[in-house]
Design a protein around this ligand. Sequence first.
Ligand SMILES: [Zn+2]
Length: 465
Amino acid sequence: MEIQFIGAAQTVTGSQHLLYINGKKILLDCGLYQGKRKKAFEINRTFKYSPSEIDVLLLSHAHIDHSGKIPGMIKNGFNGPIYTTAATVDLCQIMLRDSAHLQERDIYVVNKIRKKQHKNPFEPLYDFDDVEKAMDQFIGVQYSRPIEVAPGVMATYWDAGHILGSAGILLEINENGKKYRIGFSGDIGRSNMPIIRNPNVLRDLDLLIMESTYGNRLHAVAAEVEEEVATTVKSVVERGGKIIIPSFAVGRTQLLVYMLHKLFDQNRIPVLPIYVDSPLAVEATKIYQTHPECYDRETYRIFIQNNEDPFGFGRLTYIKNVEQSKELNDKPEPCIIISASGMAEGGRVLHHLANNIENKKNLILFVGYAAAHTLARKIIDGETEINIFGEPHKVNAEVKSMDYFSAHADQAELLNYPRLNDKNRLKNIFLVHGEEEQALPLKEKLVQKGFKNVDFPASGEKFVI
Ligand SMILES: [Zn+2]
């Protein structure tokens, strides 16, 4: 048996790991690389393996840095099954379509420039047809039910508590009479987060491939964050301001809506209108509504038991069309507007920022990771003037950033993940999905705890097991 690390190797995005078992090639995840444009363009256009030779794809969850390269694989000849949870199949449906739309839009801009330079146009990475073909190859599986995915390879999907449908994958392998248990953590969620269940940990492993996104830091505690959100909302309403929240459409938006609904029901925030203004977030929320099998006990106790929809309540309006979105600009009263994109690099949130960032009564609240050079990062870092659609805007509004809403385990939770494993049996831990800055401190702490052979493999590195 061999394992080769292809993507999310010494970096955070582009998750892809290749297993060679019983003469078959099994790919874990097939995600898009996200980073500087030119590099991303190259990496996402090429494959370090031949897609037509891959026998089966096992997908941990729907985030685009784990699933976004799948239609490209199909376009390049992959015709095997894609096993993932039923909720992930549904989320991929909308997220891959959205990604195809973005690919076509991006390539249009690139080709306009190439035309001026008298160069041949590029094809988009993939289009809607490729997404439709890809969806035919998806097979939805249930949590905790083993399924044979290749000869001698049983896969079980365990809830990873990261986003709806996310899973850590346990592989039980029989190769020439030798038995192995391999764990792929996918992205690990946080304990005690609303909506979805706590992460299951993978146990009794011989080898673990584990994410390390927040391997170097600790997050805030849930109860304190609810209080902070409530206090923040109250003070902005008292001064007559609006709250603009740039938010990722899938996962983060639903978490915010859930928390605001709960605070509102408990009279901990004043009565005010709340808008979710993002077509993808609206679609994603519908999928959250159709998969109650993924909810945790708290969600059942507070909402489902009382016949309440956690993602819909009187004060909340979902906005799909552009006209309604524009109408929000003219509303003078305090309100909360949740809109994509999370890093304020595109999407309708740019209009809301342009309209509201100059008023000192307003609050711009960031709830996610903001990469270097993004508009979100510039605002968080305190730039006093920013450009939106080429126009300068003074940053007079209050700016706040809360990392609690992160869907990733922190260092303490990651260190706890392999706790149900025998340190002699677990021969290797491979840290993926992290930069050096995050993975190396985690590696050091795992070694201190007594785990052996903790590696941080580079892209292309291959190990014989
Ligand atoms: Zn993820």
